[in-house]
Design a protein around this ligand. Structure first.
Ligand SMILES: [Zn+2]
Ligand SMILES: [Zn+2]
Length: 173
């Protein structure tokens, strides 16, 4: 049986190959760590979560990346922010485009009367003349108390006022 002899050149070559492979994996490992940190930074503002996720991936390697990608927050902060803005705009749009409770047609939120079916929608504040909702207790703009439902004149004809005026007129000598 011939003796297996490894020359110093072969040993050197093997060592170099091993170093190259280690270097290669070290670079990949570093890149994975940097990628994870950048990725988690866009998904959470919590520094503890950022460091934990990066250390976890660095400690577990490629398997950790897969687990991280499954567990990370689904939305980035930017997408989350944009979605919140959109929802807010939509909500505001809906508020502005209220519908008349009677004819269901669109009315603006500061309409006192539905222009289509003449349903009274809101009261006019006695203090600042802004439109207010009859169920409110006070005007949010000028703090004038809102009259109770019995005192409100919504839907009532203006006849009693005219009669009083007429009575006053008749009483005059
Ligand atoms: Zn209407
Ligand atoms: Zn007011």
């Amino acid at each position: 049986m011939p003796e297996l002899s490894i020359g110093p050149e072969i040993l050197q070559a093997l060592q170099n190959t091993a170093l190259a492979i280690i270097g290669y994996f070290a670079i990949i490992w570093l890149c994975i760590g940097i990628w994870t940190f950048n990725d988690i930074r866009q998904r959470t503002r919590n520094w503890f979560a950022r460091i934990l996720a990066t250390l976890f991936v660095l400690g577990t390697g490629l398997a950790g990346v897969v687990i991280y990608m499954l567990l990370r927050p689904k939305e980035t902060l930017r997408v989350n922010f944009e979605r919140e803005l959109e929802e807010e705009a939509l909500l505001q749009d809906l508020e502005e485009r209220q519908a008349c409770p009677v004819c269901k047609r669109r009315v603006h939120e500061d309409y006192l009367l539905c222009p289509h079916c003449e349903t009274h929608l809101k009261l006019q504040c006695r203090g600042c003349s802004r439109p207010i909702v009859p169920t409110w207790k006070a005007c949010p703009y000028c703090t004038t108390p809102v009259p109770t439902v019995q005192q409100q004149t919504i839907g009532r004809p203006a006849a009693p006022v005219a009669a009083t005026a007429a009575g006053d007129f008749l009483e005059q000598p």
